[in-house]
Design a protein around this ligand. Structure first.
Ligand SMILES: Cc1cc2nc3c(=O)[nH]c(=O)nc-3n(C[C@H](O)[C@H](O)[C@H](O)COP(=O)(O)OP(=O)(O)OC[C@H]3O[C@@H](n4cnc5c(N)ncnc54)[C@H](O)[C@@H]3O)c2cc1C
Length: 400
């Protein structure tokens, strides 16, 4: 156990997203003292859903929150990928079948409201007296000397630490210190999200159990229930056509109407709930080695932001946290080596998620001959074939 690190100054974590909070919890549970700084005036989450594969469940167990997270989750019985124009099933993944259960040790596939996940993490952190969560503090820089690292806030305040974990997300400022030329790679797609009470939905949208994803040329719409099936989480992802950049553009609404007019009624109905005024630009990062600079490391999206194709960005952040805390706990106090080891353990897996997500993104949104080839490829594969393709990702990682 690293008594040196535990007895010295706290570990500073920048960012109170899933990555920052799970790192705070993982380190707190191992006896480290933690100071987390979040720029927003509240540590919270955007109120929509997040799916989590079975690989995350043992990580939640290690964090002591498995029961609470699973209890707050919807457990879908299947994931269906469907052609938005024909309703043909391209992929069917039965998530409660014997096939799935045997393969993934009976671990459930989860869908949870982000606010509920944050709530569980916050409550667990609150039980640890040496984990301190601070809001309204933007960390803009750091400096290092022989004794440690200093996090510097936008107001010029300095916080001394034995190590700094930058969990400041996709658009991380601190990543820019390590890789000044590296910027997020914009996908050209945007996401619209909404939650609709189940009681207000028409029968066709209530009928499907599980995760339904309708895919078409330059868009997909995905939906699944949350909170004991009381609400439906709907996400529409569309490619922005050139010349249509502003949400207020009439042309944008026409463009969405154009897509809607071509798809089957279920996909059409789901798209109809979208607020086109609110949207999030979708971007990822190029896999880059060099996550650490002496006593500073990146973690979560700041290290390896990915497109959402596998629904694994948050899962990777939670895995990162558990792995890093495990390494720090077992280290002899040399934090620079621990951070290097952390990257060594995590780089290949996270880079694979990033790169395969890009390729799957193409499969989801392609058109013409590519779409026909995609459909032929996908439909000739059985559920078992798909599970085999997911084994590298969904099989929980070993911590030793
Ligand atoms: C549409 C969409 C759907 C997704 N669906 C899924 C899914 O189903 N499953 C899944 O696993 N993943 C999913 N993801 C990915 C997932 O949301 C992210 O990978 C995950 O939230 C990353 O967490 P993070 O804590 O690293 O970053 P963030 O959630 O971005 O958190 C970073 C935090 O740092 C704070 N911050 C930033 N800069 C500073 C600073 N300088 N000082 C202090 N604080 C700062 C921010 O305010 C924020 O709170 C999805 C993403 C999108 C966009």
């Amino acid at each position: 156990m690293s008594t040196d690190l535990k007895n010295s100054k706290p570990i500073v974590i920048v960012g109170g997203g899933v990555a920052g909070l799970s790192a705070a919890l993982a380190l707190g549970l191992k006896g480290f003292s933690v100071q987390l700084f979040e720029q927003a005036d509240q540590i919270g989450a955007i109120g929509y859903g997040v799916q989590m594969g079975p690989n995350v469940v043992p990580m939640l167990r290690a964090l002591g929150i498995e029961k609470d997270v699973v209890g707050a989750s919807y457990l879908p019985s299947e994931i269906d990928l469907l052609d938005a124009y024909t309703a043909q099933t391209l992929t069917h993944l039965p998530l409660k079948s014997a096939l799935y259960m045997e393969r993934y040790q009976g671990l459930p596939y989860l869908a949870i409201h982000r606010v509920d996940l944050h709530e569980v993490l916050l409550k667990a952190c609150a039980k640890l007296p040496h984990v301190n969560l601070n809001q309204s503090t933007t960390v803009v820089d750091y400096a290092q000397d022989r004794d440690g690292v200093v996090a510097i806030s936008a107001e010029g305040k300095e916080f001394r630490a034995s190590a700094l974990i930058a969990a400041d997300g996709l658009r991380s400022k601190l990543r820019g210190k390590l890789h000044p030329c590296d910027v997020p790679k914009e996908s050209g797609y945007v996401a619209h999200r909404c939650l609709v009470p189940m009681s207000e939905l028409p029968e066709p949208l209530r009928a499907r159990a599980g995760v339904s994803m309708w895919t078409g040329r330059g868009f997909h719409v995905i939906y699944y229930p949350l909170r004991h099936s009381s609400v439906l989480n709907i996400v529409l992802v569309v490619k922005l056509p050139s010349g249509v950049q502003e949400v207020s553009d009439r042309a944008y609404a026409d463009y969405i109407e154009g897509i809607k007019s071509q798809v089957v009624p279920q996909a059409q109905l789901a798209m109809g709930y979208m607020d086109l005024k609110r949207r999030w630009a979708i971007a990822d990062r190029e896999p880059v080695r060099g996550w650490s600079d002496k006593r500073v490391t990146l973690l979560g999206d700041s290290a390896h932001a990915t497109l959402q194709s596998f629904a694994q960005g948050a899962c990777m952040a939670i895995e990162d946290s558990v792995v890093l805390a495990h390494l720090m706990h077992n280290s002899l106090g040399d934090i620079e080596s621990v951070f290097k080891e952390f990257e060594k353990k995590r780089f290949l897996r996270t880079a694979r998620v990033q790169l395969q997500s890009r390729s799957l993104w193409e499969d989801f949104h392609c058109e013409a001959h590519m779409a026909s080839v995609r459909t032929a490829r996908f439909t000739e594969q059985s559920s078992e074939d798909f599970f085999r393709c997911l084994d590298w990702l969904w099989t929980p990682i070993a911590l030793t």
